[in-house]
Design a protein around this ligand. Structure first.
Ligand code: GDP
Length: 140
């Protein structure tokens, strides 16, 4: 995957509330092109793999239960400076700290149920995109 790509998930809280369309509209209006996208649901085991980097954190079990609690949308997005620009668009992890107008400020319920995921580096964007999408799906 090129470094002008990032990976996102619309998390179970936002999907269940019917906010997927509004969030995708914000993403497209911010200049991101959707190059791969699917609706799916993680098992607890798959959520554990995706968030393995957080295995030692006290919220890991809760996070895996939450992320497997309902459907999500996974997508690969393309834009110049994708990783950094997308982190700006979604805002801080805790919606209480997120800037006005960011996706998490508008849609997140809590520090855990915070509406969207955004990769934190080019390397993780590649790993995370590969986790969800086969090579043919990632061609864009
Ligand atoms: P992100 O990069 O902004 O998504 O934040 P992190 O990588 O630090 O955390 C991954 C995800 O774990 C977050 O998006 C939240 O869903 C969840 N999370 C982070 N911190 C906490 C916390 O203190 N408590 C709980 N319950 N969940 C958290």
């Amino acid at each position: 995957m090129a470094t002008n790509r990032t990976f996102t998930m619309i998390k179970p809280d936002a999907f269940a509330e019917g906010n997927s369309g509004a969030i995708l509209k914000m993403i497209e209006e911010a200049g991101f092109k959707i190059v791969a996208m699917k609706a799916t649901q993680l098992t607890g085991e798959m959520a554990g793999k995706f968030y393995a980097v957080h295995a030692e954190r006290p919220f890991y079990a809760d996070l895996c239960a939450y992320m497997s609690s309902g459907p999500i949308i996974a997508a690969i997005l393309e834009k110049d400076n994708a990783v950094e620009d997308f982190r700006k668009l979604i805002g801080a992890t805790n919606p209480a700290d997120a800037a006005e107008g960011t996706i998490r400020k508008i849609f997140a319920k809590s520090i855990e149920a915070n509406a969207v995921h955004g990769s934190d580096s080019d390397e993780n964007a590649t790993i995370e995109g590969n986790f969800y999408f086969s090579e043919i799906e990632r061609v864009g």
